[in-house]
Design a protein around this ligand. Structure first.
Ligand code: BGC
Length: 740
């Protein structure tokens, strides 16, 4: 045993002892108090929470981000309550605190866990300086429906990518030791299946077969538990008929019994009482019963536990063990955070919000998150030496707040550098920049600004359009049924196109959008998500070729919304489509018979392909993939195989590429997806440089929950691909043979 793990074990034993000693002194009312969390976002919380704190009947608050007030509440808890138990102070610190990183979906596009880890570290320090010691992040719900507004907050459609990015985020928030100033506890949410809301309508019911739940939706949560996420949050939604907040299959069978998770579980906002609204229970008392027996340890902003746990216990409906387990876990986190030793925030000891280091990390994250979707005739990068003028047009070119995206309670728009100001700075005096907002917001209709924009484009050498969605169009409860560019943006694009000038669209949005109606109208598209505080400088660097785009799509971009759900890791079906068999509506001959259009799985009017696939993203250079090789063609359960290939920068500019590894298990006890991401690596290559990239797979990496619901890799044949997107075509094969 290493010295440090021996030290950690000793620390755990010490904490367990302190927890047990404290628990032994607690009254039932004090225990139940620890299991409650209240909103402290309005007025002066000392007035309405002070007495409850003094009586030791409140374990946690949320939505207060003011170190002085938090310190005062902690003082009351510690000095004026009988047992002096400090508070957990929770807040949604989702993609930054004051300094805002790109949306999580943008961070996922970097395919770089360092982006997530570093961003979370910055966020933790800034949040800690406001008295916060617990964030409700990361959100690791798998999202295969861009109508769902919370896809913005997710790492996209893939369980492996989500698991890697989620784990890195947890590491960034929590550091090596939660007691270190500037670290905060993480919360993996929303357990589980929330992203599968019917029709992408937030809070709607989800129906997910158990295999699918385990193989797709639960995988990132297992990665989060393994990464040491201090807490989990339940989801608002109904999962197969039992809302997640009372779902004993999820909370007891999987999380507690199978995974042995030792952190605590918090409900979502008032989601215990909502069990009645769902139609699961008849009153709050029953709701409290169902949640506590399923394994929800703390109630967020509701009083079902506060009002009913005591009588449930005295009436013998629940056992004191359920309460003690919850309180033990909550207290343990308070000890781990070092709150019993020092509950107070010392702002001066933490780095200032929006410092240089934070801004540099935000800029790098933004740079790596932008995905270039199209670049006809290599219109990008712009040549600042050749151009005399550019028109900067659109509702999102100069909106310091909108570029931050959803969930930025504490985001400071005064720190934002907008694309317009970054372009102006880049241009200096040599390049004229003509700015026209054209539309007040992304939803505006045709107005006089359109003519002004056309005039600016006509007078300039290139038009740069800043389009997309403002931040309010995505996020919680902000789902859309039409995911095209809102308002009259498409009309604006058409008018600018008529000037005959090169047109570059830079799109800022919280979700994949349907862009089929503009791809022929623009030369280039940079998809920037909501890129955060430093979005402007990152976009300017990419436009002018200071850096090459390197982001890759973490979610499929459908051609039209009717294709949703469309994702790369789908089942093959018995009638998979091909270019030859999937006849499109316009190609159907007069009088064709029912079967002559192919009888395959596709839409007559959309085909079978998305507009842009998962993992896709262009660069200013070309990357070539060759010489795929395997360390073995046959392996046995428990073995490893190394898959390698050469990646060459075949162009003339240094650039980074995200090399991706996909696998297909050709036959299984349940059918397997046509491809699954199993590895990725971001590499920087000089012009002409070739590197050999190796991925190692253990047979455990190929395991899935099969027909018998056991996690195992099944013997048989596998295909592997290495390349720059989920459509990579450099392929090899191997087998897992039965153990001899
Ligand atoms: C959201 C959670 C969030 C909580 C606290 C809820 O409405 O679903 O994700 O952490 O509010 O703000």
């Amino acid at each position: 045993m290493s010295v440090s793990s021996a030290g950690a074990q000793q620390q755990t034993a010490d904490i367990d002892e302190r927890v047990a000693a404290l628990l032994a002194q607690m009254t039932l009312a004090e225990k139940i108090g620890q299991m409650t969390q209240r909103n402290a976002s309005f007025g002066n919380p000392v007035d309405y929470l002070g007495d409850r704190l003094r009586s030791g009947r409140l374990g946690s608050i949320l939505n207060l981000a003011d170190a002085d007030v938090v310190n005062e509440l902690q003082r009351i808890a510690v000095e004026e309550s009988r047992l002096g138990i400090p508070l957990l102070v929770g807040r949604d610190v989702i993609h930054g605190f004051g300094t805002i990183m790109p949306l999580p979906i943008g961070q996922a596009a970097s395919f770089n866990p360092d982006v997530a880890r570093d961003g979370a570290r910055v966020a933790a320090r800034e949040a800690a300086s406001a008295g916060i010691n617990w964030t409700f992040a990361p959100m690791i719900d798998i999202s295969r429906d861009p109508r769902w507004g919370r896809i913005a907050e997710s790492y996209g459609e893939d369980p492996y990518l989500t698991g890697v990015m989620g784990a890195a985020t947890i590491e960034g928030f929590q550091g090596d030791d939660l007691a270190t100033p500037g670290t905060i506890a993480a919360c993996a949410k929303h357990f589980a299946g929330y992203g599968a809301a019917e029709a992408g309508r937030d809070y709607s019911a989800t129906y997910i077969p158990e295999n699918e739940l385990r193989n797709v939706h639960l995988r990132p949560f297992k990665a989060a538990a393994d990464a040491g996420a201090a807490t989990f949050m339940t989801s608002f939604s109904d999962v197969n008929g039992v809302p997640a907040t009372a779902n004993d299959f999820l909370l007891r069978k999987v999380l507690r019994d199978e995974w042995g998770y030792e952190g605590f579980v918090v409900s979502d906002w008032d989601s215990i009482r909502q069990l009645q609204t769902h139609g699961l229970t008849e009153n709050d008392r029953e709701s409290a019963f169902q949640a506590v027996t399923a394994g929800v340890h703390m109630e967020m902003e509701g009083d079902a536990y506060f009002n009913h746990l005591e009588s449930l216990l005295t009436d013998g409906e629940i056992d004191i063990a359920a309460i003690d387990t919850a309180v033990r876990r909550i207290l343990r986190l308070k000890f781990e955070l070092g709150l019993f030793d020092n509950p107070y925030t010392d702002r001066a000891a933490l780095p200032a919000i929006g410092n240089e280091d934070a801004l540099a990390i935000a800029k790098r994250a933004a740079l790596e998150s932008v995905v270039m979707l199209q670049n006809k005739n290599a219109v990008l990068p712009l040549d600042a030496q050749q151009l005399k003028s550019v028109a900067v047009i659109g509702p999102l070119a100069d909106k310091p707040y909108e570029q931050l995206g959803t969930w930025v309670f504490d985001g400071d728009p005064t720190l934002s550098v907008t694309p317009l100001s970054a372009i102006q700075q880049f241009a200096g005096t040599d390049l004229t920049v003509r700015y026209v907002e054209a539309m007040r917001n992304s939803r505006s209709r045709v107005g006089p600004g359109f003519d002004e924009a056309v005039a600016a484009a006509a007078a300039s050498d290139a038009a740069l359009l800043f389009l997309g969605e403002e931040s309010i169009l995505s996020g919680e409860a902000h789902s859309r049924a039409d995911i095209g560019l809102p308002g009259d943006q498409v009309e604006l694009v058409r008018r600018i196109r008529e000037t005959g000038k090169p047109v570059v669209a830079v799109i800022l949005a919280g979700r994949p959008l349907t862009l089929a109606n503009i791809i022929d109208e623009v030369d280039a598209i940079l998809f920037a998500w909501h890129p955060g505080t430093m979005g402007g400088p990152a976009i300017a660097d990419l436009l002018f070729g200071v850096a090459s785009p390197s982001g890759k799509l973490p979610a499929t971009f459908p051609r039209m919304v009717g294709q949703v759900p469309i994702y790369y890791a789908h089942g093959n079906t018995g009638k998979p489509p091909t270019a030859e068999t999937a006849t499109l509506i316009d190609d159907i001959e007069e009088g064709a018979s029912q079967t002559s259009v192919g009888n395959v799985a596709y839409h007559l009017d959309a085909g079978f392909k998305p507009l842009f696939p998962f993992g896709y993203g262009l660069s200013y250079t070309e990357f070539r993939y060759d010489n795929i090789a395997l360390s073995a063609n046959g392996i046995e359960p428990g073995d490893r195989v190394v898959i390698s290939a050469d990646v060459t920068n075949a162009g003339e500019i240094a650039a980074e590429e995200v090399v991706q590894l996909y696998v297909r298990d050709l036959a299984g006890s349940i059918t397997r997806p046509v491809r699954e991401l199993k590895g990725f690596r971001r590499v920087g290559l000089a012009p002409g440089q070739t590197v050999r990239i190796e991925f190692e797979l253990h047979t455990d990496d190929l395991a899935f929950y099969g027909r018998n619901m056991q996690l195992a890799a099944e013997p048989g044949s596998f295909h592997v691909w290495i390349g720059g997107s989920s459509e990579a075509d450099l392929q090899a094969s191997f087998r897992i043979d039965k153990s001899r």
